[in-house]
Design a protein around this ligand. Sequence first.
Ligand SMILES: NC(=O)C1=CN([C@@H]2O[C@H](COP(=O)(O)OP(=O)(O)OC[C@H]3O[C@@H](n4cnc5c(N)ncnc54)[C@H](O)[C@@H]3O)[C@@H](O)[C@H]2O)C=CC1
Ligand SMILES: O=C(O)[C@@H]1CCC=N1
Length: 265
Amino acid sequence: MIKIGILGAGRVGEAFLKGLKPLHEEGKIFVAASHRRLERREELGRKYSLKIFSSNDELVQSSDIVVITLKPDQFRSLAESMKRKALFKDKTVISVMAGITLNELYEKGGIERAFRIMPTLGVINQNGLMAMCASSLIQPQDWMDVESILSALGDVVRLEEDKFAAFTALGGSGPAYVALLMESLVDSGVTIGLSRSISKKIVEHLFESLVGLVEIYEHPVHLKEAVMSPNGTTAQGLLYLESTGVKGNIIQAVIKAYQRAREME
Ligand SMILES: NC(=O)C1=CN([C@@H]2O[C@H](COP(=O)(O)OP(=O)(O)OC[C@H]3O[C@@H](n4cnc5c(N)ncnc54)[C@H](O)[C@@H]3O)[C@@H](O)[C@H]2O)C=CC1
Ligand SMILES: O=C(O)[C@@H]1CCC=N1
């Protein structure tokens, strides 16, 4: 049975624990994690009934695949001592860390067999999208095993490593942009006199129905045209948005995130 260790049980690490738990319970894989704080270990143990180590070294030693869900700087400060102890020798690593390249995993952590993935936060409810690339030592069978494990958390796409910064800027950071749009729309409803609860209900409906509508109209532009009546309300709203350069601003925001993702590499 493949043993999987989650190193860095925060937001994304916990999403992995939650998503992989059913495979663990079916006896297909064995999942464990580590955390430094006793209260967090107790909390995770209670929630997921999985083994939570206090020592990262022990977790790594007892795993076949180590999923590193630390923040990039947390990894950088741990990596050197782990490399000295050759902890990752013969282990396969899956790193979710933004800006940590396969080369850095090797140089700083001595990690030779590595997958680099970039998940969207949707992995928290098993509805994520994950980009994935791997170091040259990874064999076709490893690809299939890891893709099959990750499919418990959402869809997986293979992507060249030089496109990871772009995927991070759009997909990784994306939920935050959409959340800001959602927050703005809810506030706008309140501003024009709706209660916050009805405004929130409307906006949640808008987001939930959108993907289905785009499918029906085949393109966002056609959907926009279907809603926009001659001399109507939508035309006035869109005119204001366009006159503030909203499309260019959104594109610039993603370019900024992309530049930061490149800088982190
Ligand atoms: N939050 C997001 O939407 C996304 C995050 N990522 C990447 O995922 C990684 C984790 O992000 P989050 O889960 O949001 O961060 P987080 O801060 O929630 O999780 C990091 C966890 O590592 C633990 N930790 C820190 N130092 C440790 C050590 N020495 N030993 C063991 N555990 C230690 C922390 O206590 C914390 O629980 C980052 O590298 C980020 O770039 C990638 C895509 C999306
Ligand atoms: O903001 C960040 O750096 C990370 C990577 C993508 C989402 N969160």
